[in-house]
Ligand binder design. Sequence first.
Ligand code: ADP
Ligand code: MG
Length: 340
Amino acid sequence: ESQLNPNYNFENFLEGDSNRLARSAGLAVANKPGGTSFNPLLIFGGVGLGKTHLAHAIGVDIKDKYPEKTVLYISAEKFTQQYIDAVKKNNRNDFIHFYQIIDVLIIDDVQFLSGKTGTQDVFFHIFNHLHQNGKQVILTSDKAPVDMQDIEQRLLSRFKWGLSAELQNPDFETRVSILKNKLYRDGVEMPEEIVEYVAKNIKSNVRELEGAIISLIAQSSFNKKEITLDLARIIVEKFVKNTKREVSIDYIQKVVSDYFQMDIDTLQSKTRKRHIVQARQLAMFFAKKFTKASLASIGSQIGKRDHATVLHACKTVDNLSSTDKQFRKYVEDISKKLSV
Ligand code: ADP
Ligand code: MG
């Protein structure tokens, strides 16, 4: 079982400036798995930009051209789970052996291996074996190798051996063609101006772009209403609002430092001055609360501190907000600013 999704193929992975390099590297790998210098091929980029789709497309194409090759797609999360289960059942060697006889191994979202040293270790050995035997490895990640946190150096250096290709935000024309292609495949007609309106307003995520169109179609058929620009406006607004709520650590630092009228450099500085330390601790606390970043990643982004410092900051903020009225007001004020 290859776990490949045949609907994620090259044909419906539309090309644009934002993905040209990654897409053509993928095609090159599919033509000659293990036989190009793109080994591993690492595809990286933000949420919903097509990493999973492209990874499947490569696998599907290889299976088409080389039916005798064993191709396996697996998410790093599932890989980790399988490994944990194997260790529990004393099957570590079987696990390794299973992966070492694959011709094309596709692991999705390798950033998930962050901090999981046991799984990284076993993957390192599997990777070496496959690579030495001319087998193809394809990886995806939400970050470039240089920006990955808590991944062992020896593994990171392997990630950089082949080609790292970025998927960027698609430009307007590509967004329009992705939408038109989707509508065409679903057999739905939609006025050009509405397609363009959606493509113009949803910029940073293909999944949301498609989501908005799907929800537009659903709303109109459910309410037996025509698809109008007004309906499109309402739906797009919902999508745009929801994405704004995802705050970044940079944004949190900006809001906190603005609140205390200091600049971000001051907030990140090494000083022990109480009000600056508190501002920094608040930034860490909110980063923990509002983002999915790990403690280590928060620490490194807020003045290059370690995870223990972040943990301490979170506890301090919890304590102070239950004992110190003024401090509690800080927390409430900043919370409000971050949640609009
Ligand atoms: P990621 O894994 O990067 O989060 P996905 O591969 O899940 O993103 O893509 C999200 C959605 O966007 C999928 O439905 C995918 O088919 C679609 N998509 C992304 N890029 C393209 C593209 N270039 N052409 C067509 N569809 C795309
Ligand atoms: Mg994905």
